[in-house]
Design a protein around this ligand. Structure first.
Ligand code: FAD
Ligand code: NAP
Ligand code: SF4
Length: 678
């Protein structure tokens, strides 16, 4: 056991025979968008160097294709020649200078490639990509194996400490493994021995190409969550064969990208899938890495002490806080900026071809662009409003050396974001509030709670800068009867300030309308640690007797205690504006709770009978006990108008600047950007 008194197992070194990892934290592979262009390599190097300095045991890069047919998208990251390998020296040198270790991930996209060049074991289009792949000939399969080996050899030449072979998530190797995508009748298809041949031959070829002293991680899909996926027996057979072929470590993959079961979103309980890796524990003798929704050192330590794995992979948590390991090892876990699993700035960005970053850490992947520098002149700054924008700005300005006073009219910090943490499945948001709260104390921001800043007060103080972060106020639409006692604001409903009856109409189907429906369709308290309940709700078999972990399993949903109808005026499908990688989960979860949706609605009036609407000119009455308004927000600009009239110039950030399409990602980024520039 290690000498670390806080998390002894997490900080125990791992001896791989030819090299030693300093702890059990693996930074899992994440595509950031910086891999695709040579000009971004200095940024990529800085990004990894900071995480190496932050003490992580081993890191894995985003995926690099071994050839063009393996591209994720046209001209995406690829490593197949010496010229491409050369630019990686920038990354590996930067990491090694900081005492870190890094593996390159080899990812062949297979039928998930967003390109007409994509290939697969069989000519079957995936439900999430527009192109039908070409079927690989048996000669072309041999060439693919050679390309994997060459890619690993080039990674070795570029001074990587090893490679990770992406064998999960429904990419090419995974496509060979299962009948869902492999309909071949030659030596690469049919029985399992044939279907796993591609994976095993790749590992053998790589080992032969790189020699003994080079890490080979194989990311193995232990729970496919799609029809006709692998059975548990097949997974055990594969793991043993992969070990025999020369892999150093086996990492866990959970769920294909096309699976319709959440695997990493915030509503997935912490460490919800580590039990899967545990099942493989006695089947192989090489170290196993477990993964998915592990975001605090406490949870990571527990996963290890429960014997679920030898190492813990955390990807997004290292995006959120590059110093995760250092802070944990020093017993400063309260200072960790935790990943809240929102996907809003990482995966959602990647899926819309934007550079990844992080909602709670806008510096992620912008390490060369967004930096805290000591202030030339120390200023006295007032920040009004302790929502995400005001909090981020105050902390960053204080880190630059300014004297900051933060005014908050309510009794707690967080603003609208603080309300969000009460939604079932958004409990993680509390971690961000905890982080902000810890930082306010550390950097010495003077926080004045229960203190509504006024124009006179700000005028009377000797201030160098005034920052207005007064956020938003809920919009009240001009519907006749909107002051009827049955009408509640979302704030009143979420804070349980007023009783909500059994029949409810929700006006507005945006993010908050969906959240209110989620909130009202749960009866008891939900928990971010209740794994069994989650597995039952989504129909996952914990015994793993079911093929793919799901086949033939019926999900058990606790019915909603209320009849809920969510309405919008638009005629589009409700929820289209939700997150790219999470919207489907919200829609599916509410569908399971039998929440109804109505589009193209005209609101006529609200009276004792309920909510009167019309759709296509046809009148309708919704006999409800309550109407809850989630009709968006407006900027809270009262103070701004007063300050402007008095000639005080102010900086605006977050919701008060622009309420439309506001989210915490924009609020925090604007807070940061202003904070470093004051
Ligand atoms: P606010 O959060 O509105 O904060 C403004 C603060 O200023 C408040 O605390 C207010 O009390 C204070 N204030 C105002 N006037 C004064 C004054 N004169 N003196 C002192 N203090 C004052 N966003 C996401 O990105 N992802 C999500 O999943 C998400 N889910 C949400 C779910 C719900 C239920 C809600 C309500 C919001 C959600 N949001 C989400 C939105 C997110 O919370 C907001 O976009 C964000 O809080 C806006 O930040 P802000 O700092 O601009 O303003
Ligand atoms: P929103 O997404 O803009 O939705 C507002 C809803 O109100 C829309 O459905 C709109 O639909 C309706 N509406 C607007 N004006 C109206 C009017 N005058 N009368 C009646 N209905 C009206 O805003 P939100 O739901 O309040 O969310 C606020 C922000 O928080 C969002 O921008 C979002 O980014 C963030 N948020 C994000 C998430 C997430 O999961 N990522 C979750 C919650 C909140 P019609 O105009 O068609 O009626
Ligand atoms: Fe985690 Fe959200 Fe940041 Fe992604 S954007 S790393 S999910 S907090």
């Amino acid at each position: 056991m290690s000498m670390n008194k806080h998390y002894p197992l997490l900080f125990e070194p791992l001896d791989l025979g030819f090299t030693i990892l300093k702890n059990r934290i693996l930074m899992g592979s994440m595509h950031t968008g910086l891999e695709d262009r040579k000009k971004h390599f200095p940024k990529l190097a800085q990004y990894f160097a900071e995480r190496a300095r932050g003490g992580v045991g081993l890191m894995v890069t985003g995926g690099f294709a071994p050839n063009r047919s393996g591209w994720l998208a046209p001209f995406a990251s690829k490593l197949s020649n010496r010229l491409e390998a050369k630019k990686h020296l920038l990354v590996t040198d930067a990491v090694h200078r900081e005492g870190g270790k890094i593996c390159l991930q080899i990812l062949h996209a297979g039928r998930y490639g967003y390109t007409p060049l994509s290939v697969a074991p069989s000519r079957l289009k995936s439900p999430i990509t527009p192109f039908k792949p070409r079927e690989l000939s048996s000669k072309a399969i041999r060439k693919q194996i050679e390309d994997f080996a060459l890619c690993a050899r080039l990674a070795q030449k570029a001074n990587y400490d090893g490679v990770e072979v992406m064998g999960s998530e429904g990419y090419l190797i995974n496509e060979f493994l299962v009948e869902h995508t492999n309909k071949r009748r030659d030596e690469w298809g049919g029985n399992y021995e044939n279907r796993m041949r591609f994976a095993v031959e790749i590992v053998k070829a790589i080992r032969a190409a790189v020699g003994e002293k080079f890490i080979i991680i194989f990311r193995l899909s232990m729970l496919d969550l799609v029809n006709q996926g692998s059975s548990w027996n097949e997974i055990v057979l594969l793991a043993r064969a992969i070990e025999a072929a020369g892999a150093t470590i086996i990492n866990t993959g959970i769920g294909w990208h096309e699976a319709r079961i959440p695997t990493i979103a915030t509503m997935v309980p912490r460490a919800a899938y580590t039990w899967v890796t545990k099942k493989l524990k006695n089947e192989v003798s090489i170290p196993l890495v477990t993964t998915n929704r592990i975001n605090t050192p406490e949870v990571a330590e527990k996963v290890l002490s429960d014997g679920h794995a030898d190492m813990v992979s955390m990807a997004r948590p290292l995006l959120a806080d590059p110093e995760f390991a250092l802070k944990a090892s020093a017993g400063r876990a309260l200072e960790i900026n935790s990943c809240i699993a929102c996907n809003q700035a990482c995966l959602d960005h990647i899926f819309s071809m934007q550079r990844a970053t992080c909602l709670v850490n806008p510096r992620a992947c912008y390490e060369k662009e967004l930096n805290i520098k000591p202030a030339q002149t120390v200023k006295r700054i007032a920040v009004v409003g302790a929502g995400p924008a005001g909090l981020a700005c105050s902390i960053v300005a204080a880190q630059c050396g300014h004297e900051v006073v933060l005014y908050e009219s309510s009794s707690e910090i967080g603003g609208q974001f603080g309300i969000a943490q009460r939604i079932p499945g958004k409990e993680e948001f509390a971690e961000t509030i905890r982080y902000f709260s810890t930082q306010l104390g550390l950097v010495g921001v003077e926080l004045r709670l229960n203190h509504k800043a006024t124009c006179e007060e700000l005028k009377s103080e000797a201030l160098d800068e005034v920052v207005l972060a007064s956020g938003v106020v809920p919009r009240t639409p001009p519907i006749p009867g909107s002051s009827h006692p049955m009408v509640l604001s979302y704030v009143e409903a979420i804070k349980k300030q007023k009783h909500v009856g059994n029949r409810v109409a929700v006006i507005g189907a945006g993010g908050i309308g969906f959240d209110i429906a989620e909130f009202l369709s749960h009866s008891g308290e939900s928990s971010i640690l209740d794994v069994d309940n989650f597995l039952q709700e989504w129909g996952i078999d914990k015994t793993l007797e079911a093929r793919s972990g799901t086949e033939g399993i019926v999900s058990k949903i606790e019915p909603s205690p209320r009849e809920i109808t969510v309405l919008q005026r638009k005629t589009t499908k409700p929820g289209t504006g939700l997150g790219k990688t999470t919207g489907w989960i919200h829609r599916l979860a509410l569908q399971k709770k039998e929440v109804k949706f109505l589009s193209g609605v005209n609101y006529e009036k609200i009276d004792d009978e309920g909510l009167h609407i019309s759709i296509d000119g046809e009148a309708k009455l919704l006999e409800v006990d309550n109407v809850i308004i989630c009709a968006g927000q407006e900027s809270n600009r009262d103070l701004f108008d007063e300050l402007e009239t008095s000639g005080i110039s102010v900086h605006l950030i977050g919701g008060v600047k622009l309420a439309s399409e506001l989210d915490a990602k924009r609020a925090i980024r604007e807070g940061w950007e202003l904070g470093v520039s004051l």
